[in-house]
Design a binder for this molecule. Structure first.
Ligand SMILES: *Cc1c(COP(=O)(O)O)cnc(C)c1O
Length: 344
């Protein structure tokens, strides 16, 4: 498979915007910067940020065991996913494949980019129907989104199925690993070098506790990253985000401790949900949330709101009739949820 042939036509030859900070990289602090029309007086952020986020990428490369040339950072995963659409999909012509029930942004971004969606529902175990997916792909199928662990079903996909899809899909396979830090499965990052058509996305929004700074991460081959780099907005990751991300990436022990405590709380929450009469099924979770089937989702959702608890009602999603999604909260929040569900 030649990845270059998958690119959208106008992207093959596009030239990146060259920003002032891009042109002169090896600046030392005592140089005079009068190239970017900034205000020279210090506010801590009066200068444009590093458009290549070098320090954050270097730290991520160390932690994840990849090269910095295999990393692209964005204003949340949402921006990263949008860049992937724009790089590969011709509007009103190409299509992408998604596996509902799954993360809603794939459809929003497809609609935004005027790209068709082919949906192949997960099977009853919330696993991809591999043969069906491979059978529906056509010459215009550019992207296949695999969200693993999947939102909202909370399971990770069988790795043999994922591998077969990476090998046999004729386009780019995007594995969204937003919840990988909670998972008992290995990240696909370790196998990036084997598959030129693989893109793995991660985020600092979930396990790293930084949803507010908006930092999404894309890992792929040097070639794919170089293309995405050309089309990203030059200063897409602001200075405050870069500083905060770097600080957090240097506190890995604390992040790991929080993940361990969230997972312990999740298992406790599941065992307590098990004895609540309005809960009918609790699906296995490999993430920091739990999908549960209740007797009447719309009713229970409203009752919970009245008691001051906001959960996610997924009842309109395929295979999710009467399902609510609960994020694992603090120990106290989880106790409150259980108490109120018991009262209902
Ligand atoms: C929460 C979530 C993300 C994170 O998106 P950001 O824009 O990085 O906050 C990505 N994918 C899935 C499936 C998610 O649930």
């Amino acid at each position: 498979m030649k990845i270059e042939n998958l690119l959208r036509e106008n992207i093959k030859t596009i030239k990146a915007y060259s920003s002032a900070r891009d042109e002169y990289k090896n600046a030392s602090a005592d140089m005079v910067f009068i190239d970017a029309n900034e205000n020279p007086f210090k506010t801590n952020v009066n200068r444009y940020p590093d458009p290549q986020q070098t320090k954050v990428k270097q730290r991520l490369a160390e932690i994840k065991g990849v090269s910095t040339t295999q990393i692209l950072l964005g204003n949340g995963s949402d921006e990263v996913l949008d860049l992937i659409f724009r790089a590969f999909c011709e509007p009103n012509y190409d299509n992408v494949i998604t596996l509902p029930p799954t993360y809603g942004m794939y459809k929003v971004l497809a609609d935004l980019n005027a790209v068709d969606i082919i949906s192949v529902e997960l099977d009853n175990d919330f696993e991809p129907k591999v043969d069906e997916i491979l059978a529906v792909q056509n010459n215009n199928s550019k992207l296949l989104f695999l969200c693993s662990p999947n939102n909202p079903t909370a399971n990770s996909f069988n790795s043999k199925k994922v591998e077969q899809l990476i090998r046999e899909f004729n386009g780019i396979v995007v594995i969204d690993e937003a919840y990988i830090d909670f998972s008992s499965q290995e990240s696909w990052l370790g196998r990036l070098n084997e598959f030129p058509n693989l893109i793995v996305t991660q985020t600092l929004s979930k396990a790293y506790g930084l949803a507010g700074i908006r930092l999404g991460i894309c890992y792929a081959s040097g070639f794919i990253i170089s293309v995405l780099n050309k089309i990203k907005p030059p200063y897409n990751v602001n200075q405050l985000t870069q500083d905060k991300a770097l600080e957090r990436l240097n506190e890995i022990k604390e992040v790991e401790d929080q993940i361990a405590s969230i997972l312990k709380e999740r298992d406790l929450l599941i065992s307590e949900l098990n004895s609540i009469s309005i809960i009918k099924t609790i699906y296995p979770s490999d993430a920091n949330f739990v999908l549960a089937k209740v007797d009447e989702a719309d009713l229970r959702y409203k009752q919970l709101i009245d008691k001051g608890i906001v959960v996610r009602n997924r009842t309109t999603q395929p295979l999710c009739k009467n399902c609510l999604r609960f994020t694992v909260g603090t120990p106290n929040e989880n106790k409150t949820l259980i108490k109120i569900l018991n009262e209902l």
